[in-house]
Design a protein. Sequence first.
Length: 95
Amino acid sequence: MEKSVLNQICTLYDSFFETEKKIGDYIIRNPKDIVDVTVGELAVKCQVSEASISRFCKKIGLKGFHHLKISIAKELVNSCLLYTSDAADDLLCVD
């Protein structure tokens, strides 16, 4: 099973440089925002350069920022589906 981007960030966090930690912190705290921002907007929010964002993506095993957005969007959809599925199961089990 492929490791999620958020898990990958957490796993590698201690090996990150300060700039990478800023990016990782923002992504972990705001995963929903990542889907809707540009690389430039994320760079401003993290107070880093666009190049740092690109290097960060490669360091966590992605091809670039676009793949980061896609991967996080998939994770968010999957977690939402799991939550919805669990909630539906709970409703079906009510006596």
